[in-house]
Design a protein around this ligand. Structure first.
Ligand code: COA
Length: 704
């Protein structure tokens, strides 16, 4: 792990491009450093000035006589490379490049950015940006940015790819009463990216939760490695924008069409314990929840309310989420019955009625907290003429302090009359919402993360399977030589066979006589399929005949196929006709793969056959995660296909061991061969003993 302490806690900071003109960014940075209370030395650098904001100003960083850890650069783009070189010569450890005008503006900018990277590498100097706002650490304290203001001290780290987001969130945080440990603007991520900062924040003792706004992830493999480790220590919540399906539209396989980059992100996040949100309010609601509440020990929620409607909404939201409504102990119910008015609801949600004053809330809180079947509490309050919002808020705080292992959330449904009560809660760290669904969403995120933390470490990896990669290499060599990207059926069959993935052997016949001989050998009934690199949809051109039971039928079918294909597609080159055994027994599933540009091969599993895209009964995992039996079992169990495989309506159960092994070997194959871009085994028929891949489509990339 690279130690980035010189960025967040530098001994001395130089501001290159510091300015005495208050409207300039170079002025704002020096001013922010001073105002943040930064205790180290600040060196403004500007050849024209002797003093800036009361600090002596030097003409170049080389003139600073004591070591400088961090340089903040705010000179026009064309000067950045020479300035960065000077920083390198002066022994600077890290540089924040605020300047815009790099890769975001096109090829010239990209060239300039590459030069910055090269300088950074040469001097072993880590770079933040360019094109960023800078960074802040409230505990150092350090404000090395040109943002307006400095956040309240807290325990949330916010990492953002968008600079505007940093500025906006910072401004909003003052009225929202949210405290931060760090604010980091990533900019163009020429060197340090989200993964580096997630790793650094995970090791930061002042950070309890890491929030990220990301438009993309720079290095998928590194991201997964770092997040998998970091999320075991601290929650990471990411708002990933840009949910494009362009990749999916361009895909030619079933799996590719179902996948797309958004799904790859989902899969990678889930696999590495990262929580994903879709909007800003959820991101910060979760931030506040994690920063102020203990992790729930389970999923059982108690609701206390003085109004029926909102409680029903909350109950519905809970039922739809991964949470459950707690079932109270008999003792809890008895005591609520004894002490609340007869009209109250004493089961969960506890409705203390519209005329409830603080005493009824106190009783309900006490009983809910004490009940062993309750893991967390949501108080939903609507104002009435007789209710006491502030007193109720103070009572919630009392219980929060007493029962430190159970999270509590408040929903104060209303506006002006509740402001005081809300601020009492917020000030003392109770996440407070205006509507119940947001509270449930935040609590669900916490519960999901708590589940992830409770789950055991990764189960032992399966032993490496015995495979023959030379056969695969040789097959791909032939396909490339033939200037094709799609493997013919008999070639795919060889590839699967070499990796021990059960496949219906397919043989190529170039004459009717040969087709008959093959059929004789493999046994009837057989299937014939046209073999042509130009014909992807064989049925459409009459290129398939099934259920052929003897020599005569095979011979006739062979000639019919040749005749029909010759008529429909006279120009298509014909390699021959593929012969394979007809198999129609077993559960039809699909094992597929599509390769994501960031996260690599992704495996799909689900109900197979021609309705794959319609039914969308598919679960996805990154191939790298499918190295143990538990992961594969979980993947299968997520689908409806699982119900069929277990033996639906008196059917015998299918051979799960063979299926698990087939998925494992497919994951191995696509990791071993980067050139496979897409793959479908559809259907794979899983029998009561064994399995058979019937139709296999493998696409490889042609070398440049
Ligand atoms: N060493 C030290 N100081 C230097 C210098 C050098 N090699 N070269 C120039 N300077 C000084 C200038 O003399 C000037 O000082 P002055 O105010 O006393 O004249 C100062 O650095 C700034 O240079 P200037 O040419 O005035 O540029 P600027 O302040 O108008 O703009 C940037 C500089 C970096 C702010 C601008 O180029 C930019 O990128 N703006 C966009 C920033 C942004 O949006 N970032 C992303 C946020 S998401």
């Amino acid at each position: 792990m690279s130690d980035l302490s010189y960025l967040f806690n530098p001994k001395a900071v130089a501001v290159i491009g510091a300015s005495a003109a208050p409207q300039k960014i170079g002025y704002a940075i020096v001013n922010n450093l001073i105002k943040s209370g930064y205790k180290g030395k600040i060196h403004p650098i500007n050849p024209k000035e002797k003093e800036i904001l009361g600090l002596p100003c030097l003409p170049a960083i080389g003139k600073v006589e004591t070591p400088v850890d961090l340089a903040v650069i705010s000179v026009p783009a064309r000067f950045c490379v020479p300035v960065l070189k000077e920083c390198g010569e002066a022994g600077v450890k890290g540089a924040i490049i605020i300047t815009a005008g790099f890769k975001e503006v096109g090829v010239e900018g990209l060239k300039l950015e590459r030069e910055l990277q090269a300088v950074g590498k040469k001097y072993n100097m880590r770079l933040v940006g360019p094109n960023c706002v800078g960074l802040m650490d409230t505990h150092t304290p350090l404000n090395a940015s040109f943002a307006t203001g400095f956040p309240e001290k807290g325990n949330i780290s916010f990492i953002s790819q968008s600079g505007a987001m940093v500025i906006a969130i910072l401004d909003w945080s003052f009225q929202a009463g949210l405290g931060f440990s760090r604010f980091i603007s990533l900019g163009n991520k020429s060197d340090l990216n989200e993964s580096d900062f997630i790793e650094s924040c995970a090791a930061d003792p002042n950070t309890k939760v890491i929030l990220v706004y990301a438009e993309d992830v720079s290095d998928g493999e590194k991201f997964i490695r770092i997040c998998t480790k970091a999320s075991k220590v601290k929650p990471i919540v990411i708002l990933k924008s840009g949910t494009s399906t362009a990749g999916a539209q361009a895909a030619s396989s079933h799996t590719g069409a179902l996948a797309g980059s958004n799904l790859a992100y989902d899969t990678a996040f889930r696999q590495s314990g990262v929580l994903r949100t879709d909007d800003m309010s959820d991101l910060f609601n979760l931030g506040r929840a994690f920063s102020t509440q203990p992790l729930p020990q389970g999923n059982r929620v108690a609701i206390i309310t003085n109004s029926g409607g909102p409680a029903i909404i909350a109950t519905d939201a809970i039922e739809k989420s991964g949470l459950t409504m707690a079932r109270f102990e008999k003792e809890t119910i008895d005591q609520l019955r004894e002490n609340l008015p007869a009209e109250s609801n004493i089961y969960n949600p506890i409705d203390v009625l519209g005329d409830a004053r603080v005493d009824r809330f106190r009783l309900a809180l006490e009983k809910a907290y004490e009940d062993e079947n309750v893991d967390s509490v949501i108080v939903i309050f609507s104002p009435t003429a007789v209710s006491e919002p502030e007193k109720i808020a103070e009572t919630i705080l009392e219980f929060k302090k007493k029962y430190t292992t159970k999270p509590v959330f408040a929903v104060y449904m209303g506006g002006k009359t509740l402001e005081k009560g809300k601020s009492i809660l917020v000030k003392d760290n109770v996440p407070t919402f205006t509507f119940p669904e947001s509270a449930v969403k935040a609590l669900e995120g916490m519960a999901r993360y708590a589940d992830f933390r409770r789950a055991n470490d990764t189960p032992p990896a399966l032993p490496l399977p015995k495979v023959d990669s030379n056969i695969v290499k040789a097959t791909f060599y032939d396909v490339i030589k033939d200037k094709r990207v799609l493997l013919m059926g008999y070639e795919s069959s060889k590839v699967l066979d070499a990796y021990g993935i059960p496949v219906n052997h397919t043989y190529l016949a170039t004459t009717a006589e040969e087709a008959c001989q093959i059929s004789q050998k493999i046994g009837y009934p057989v299937v014939l399929k046209i073999a042509s690199p130009r014909i992807a949809h064989k049925t459409d051109v009459g290129g398939v005949e099934i259920g052929l039971h003897n020599r005569r039928e095979v011979e006739k079918a062979y000639n019919r196929i040749r005749e029909r294909v010759g008529r429909y597609m006279p120009e298509a080159p014909i390699y021959g006709i593929e012969v394979s055994k007809m198999i129609d027994e077993g559960v039809e599933v699909i094992i597929g793969m599509s390769r994501d540009i960031q996260f690599g091969p992704m495996i799909a599993f689900g109900l197979g056959g021609i309705y794959v895209n319609l039914l969308k009964d598919v679960s996805f995992r990154l191939a790298s995660a499918l190295n143990n039996r538990k992961a594969i079992e979980e993947m299968i169990a997520e689908t409806k296909a699982y119900t069929l495989l277990k033996g639906y309506r008196g059917q015998k159960s299918a051979d799960m061991d063979t299926l698990i092994d087939a998925i494992y070997r497919t994951a191995r194959l696509v990791q071993d061969f980067d050139e496979i871009t897409e793959m479908d085994i559809n259907p794979l028929r899983v029998h009561t003993r064994g399995a058979t891949g019937l139709d296999v489509k493998i696409t490889i990339g042609q070398p440049d």
